[in-house]
Design a protein around this ligand. Structure first.
Ligand code: C5P
Length: 231
C-alpha cells in the first residue's frame, strides 16, 4: 500500500501570551483567521491526503471557518479532542484518527500559530524525509549569540551557538512511531523531543524565517508583512 501524508494541526491552545479575547489561532491576519492560513496551505499541497485539526471541546469557531471556505470542505476534519498541553492535543488527535491512518503513513504536525508556512516548505520537508527511517523537522540555524541568565537577568554564560537550531514545524514522523513516542514521553514541547527520548535522531531540514511562531501581540504585524508578501 502506498504511503500517505497527513497533516495534524494542534489548535486547542488559548494563546495566553497574546492577551486577546479570542484564542490566537482565530485572530484575523491579512484578511483571514490565522488558522485558515495554515489550513489553506495544507489544502493546496498536492502531497497531503487530508488535514486533521485538533480543537478544544468547546471550540465555537472551527465549524464556521470550514463552512465559509468551500475549498476546505472534504479536505479538513475538525477533531474536538484538545488536551491540557500541546502534547496531549496531538496524542488525542492521533488516537482519534487511528482508523483512517496506517502505521507507516507520515504525519506532519504543524502549529496553528505558524501561518507563514508555504507549500514549498511542505514539499521541501517531504522531499528530504520521504525515504528516511526516522523523520524530522523544519528548523532554523541560530544566528544570534546565545546567553544564559541568572534569575536577576545577569549573564551567567555565553553558550556556543555552533550547531544550535530553533525547532519549527511541521515535524514529520510515521504514525505508529509518533504515537508510541508521545505515549511514552513526559511533558515535551515538540514531537521531535519525544522521538529523541526513544534514542532516535530526527533530521533537521532548514525552514524559513517566515514560518516563525506567532506568540506575542507584536508578532502580529510581522506575520502580516510576511503574509502580504511585504517582508
Ligand atoms: O502555545 P503555543 O504557541 O506553544 O502552542 C503551539 C500550538 O499548540 C498552537 O497551535 C496551540 O493551539 C496548540 N496547543 C494545543 N493544545 C494545548 C496547547 C497548545 O493544541 N493545550
Amino acid at each position: 500500500m502506498a504511503t500517505s501524508y497527513f497533516a495534524l494541526i494542534p489548535a486547542a491552545g488559548i494563546g495566553a501570551r497574546m492577551k486577546g479575547e479570542q484564542p490566537k489561532q482565530y485572530l484575523q491576519l491579512a484578511g483571514k483567521p490565522m488558522l485558515q492560513h495554515v489550513l489553506d496551505t495544507f489544502a493546496a499541497s498536492a502531497a497531503i491526503a487530508h488535514t486533521f485539526v485538533v480543537v478544544s471541546g468547546g471550540d465555537g469557531y472551527i465549524e464556521d471557518l470550514i463552512s465559509a471556505a468551500p475549498h476546505l470542505i472534504g479536505r479538513v476534519t475538525a477533531l474536538y479532542r484538545g488536551g491540557l498541553t500541546r502534547r496531549e492535543s496531538v496524542l488525542n488527535g492521533l488516537h482519534a484518527v487511528r482508523e483512517k491512518v496506517n502505521d507507516e503513513d507520515w504525519v506532519l504536525v504543524h502549529d496553528a500559530a505558524r501561518p507563514g508556512l508555504t507549500v514549498a516548505l511542505i514539499d521541501k520537508l517531504i522531499c528530504a524525509l520521504r525515504e528516511d527511517a526516522t523523520g524530522g523537522l523544519l528548523a532554523m540555524p541560530l544566528v544570534d549569540t546565545l546567553k544564559r541568565s541568572g534569575p536577576d537577568l545577569r549573564v551567567d554564560a555565553t553558550v556556543p551557538r555552533d550547531r544550535l537550531w530553533t525547532a519549527q514545524t511541521p515535524q514529520m514522523f510515521r504514525y505508529a512511531l509518533l504515537r508510541q513516542a508521545l505515549e511514552n514521553a513526559g511533558d515535551v514541547t515538540d514531537e521531535a523531543s519525544a522521538i529523541e527520548a526513544m534514542g532516535l535522531r530526527p533530521q533537521l531540514v532548514e525552514g524559513s524565517q517566515r514560518n516563525f511562531k506567532v506568540t506575542l501581540p507584536q508578532d502580529l504585524l510581522l506575520a502580516e508583512l510576511f503574509l502580504k508578501g511585504i517582508a
